[in-house]
Design a protein around this ligand. Structure first.
Ligand SMILES: [Zn+2]
Length: 194
């Protein structure tokens, strides 16, 4: 019997089931730069219980909760940068490299905080525009993306869910939404409609 990909429970819980097509991507770095080789794998079934999906939805609706961890990380980067600048001024007699390194860390920290806040706010606003059922499904899929296997050897694994939305996509939409090569997008379109 299938169980929730997050809490591993099944008994007494309503499970939301996704059928998803595996995409295998092998990034290749050579003299010509970076390119990728892509192939489609098999279909997988992923389940998320309604409790986990609803809890994720509630968290996504609370921007403060969503970004707390990231803010702490980026805040720590900024503080480390400030400490480096202070240490540079006090101890290293204004070494330009250390100063720039500190400044870079402060800026990265601030930009990271701003970006995290923007993303969390966008997510909250998009959930607010959805109907309850759609918002729960969206949060459930987010959990699948987080918990499903991401690697098979050197290959990166991603998944295309078979949903009303993806079934309405044209080849070009699938290509953009799931970062596919054009020929793989055509094949994926065929496979999810088969
Ligand atoms: Zn669960």
């Amino acid at each position: 019997m299938s169980s929730c990909i997050v809490c591993n429970q099944a008994a007494g819980r309503k499970l939301l089931t996704f059928r998803a097509l595996e995409v295998q991507t092998l990034p290749i770095r050579d003299i010509g730069g970076e390119r990728k080789v892509q192939a489609l794998g098999s279909f997988h079934e992923f389940c998320v219980c309604e409790n986990c999906a609803k809890a994720r939805k509630e968290r996504n609706l609370d921007v403060g909760k969503t970004i707390r961890k990231k803010m702490m990380c980026f805040g720590a980067v900024s503080v480390a940068g400030i400490l480096l600048i202070v240490a540079d001024i006090l101890l290293l007699r204004r070494d330009r490299v250390f100063f720039m390194l500190g400044l870079f860390a402060v800026l990265c920290g601030i930009l990271g905080c701003v970006q995290s806040y923007r993303e969390a706010k966008q997510k909250r606003d998009s959930l607010n525009r959805m109907k309850e059922e759609e918002a729960v499904l969206d949060s459930a899929w987010e959990l699948v993306v987080e918990h499903a296997p991401k690697k098979d050897g050197d290959q990166d694994l991603t998944y295309i869910p078979v949903t009303k939305k993806t079934l309405s996509y044209k080849n070009g939409d699938i290509m953009i939404a799931y970062n596919l090569l054009p020929e793989i997008a055509v094949e994926a379109h065929k496979r999810i409609h088969s």
